[in-house]
Design a protein around this ligand. Structure first.
Ligand SMILES: *Cc1c(COP(=O)(O)O)cnc(C)c1O
Length: 222
């Protein structure tokens, strides 16, 4: 199947309210252009340098999402153009994003990454930490970042019910956070679901899926 066919098949299976992020990490500009020419405009990368290189070479109406773990000292490289940062897992990072966004006179949308997986390797904060940030004066003082939702990754397992429970947990954390009195508008995005589990994620309330290999084929890391 071609990239175009894969994309069309997946898009047509998504409910209207679900946004598709085409995860293009490790893929070439020409492969990404195939998806672009088929109408896709939102792409996700997990390495800042790779995203910066691709952004420079590609059409300017693309929305670039940073879906990977973000090191604070690299925020400056993407601050001018990134449209959503999925993996915000601490306040110091949020503060740096705000500072760099301000330099470019823009506001950067962010998701708080919540740890829902039963694995040490997955990044993310607890729901309590997310709540503390959202309610803090320090966060209220930041004018160039907006938290628009949450992001989570399920455990890498073939235990369907475990994945489902973790997605349900994220949905319920999202709802709890939305009952808080928030300075900025309501949280609206729940970023959860990848190639192997996006249908489950959607059934559990996902509004944004991050799909790579089902669109572009398996990644080759050599
Ligand atoms: C690579 C990646 C994806 C996409 O994974 P696929 O299994 O190829 O769909 C989604 N989210 C994050 C955070 C990733 O790093």
């Amino acid at each position: 199947m071609s990239i175009k066919n894969n994309l069309q098949r997946i898009k047509s299976s998504l409910p209207k309210q679900v946004t598709l992020v085409a995860v293009s990490k490790t893929k070439s500009v020409s492969e990404i252009m195939e998806a672009y020419d088929a109408g896709q405009r939102i792409f996700g990368e997990n390495k800042i340098q790779e995203m910066v290189d691709k952004e420079a070479q590609m059409p300017k109406d693309i929305e670039w999402h940073m879906i990977g773990h973000v090191q604070r000292n690299k925020v400056k490289y993407m601050a001018e153009f990134v449209s959503l940062i999925h993996g915000v897992d601490n306040f110091k990072l949020l503060k740096e994003i705000d500072k760099q966004a301000k330099k470019h006179d823009r506001t950067i949308n962010c998701l708080l990454q919540i740890k829902i997986a039963d694995e040490d390797s997955k990044f993310g904060m607890t729901s309590k930490e997310a709540q503390d940030i959202l309610q803090s004066d320090a966060f209220s003082a930041l004018n160039n970042v907006v938290i628009v939702g949450v992001m989570g990754m399920a455990t890498f397992t073939d235990q369907e019910h475990q994945i489902e429970n973790e997605f349900k947990k994220l949905k319920s954390i999202f709802e709890d956070l939305n009952t808080l009195e928030l300075k900025n508008s309501k949280l609206k995005t729940i970023s959860m679901g990848m190639s192997g589990d996006y249908q489950t994620a959607i059934a559990c309330g996902s509004t944004m899926v991050r799909v790579g290999s089902s669109i572009f084929g398996e990644r080759n890391y050599d």
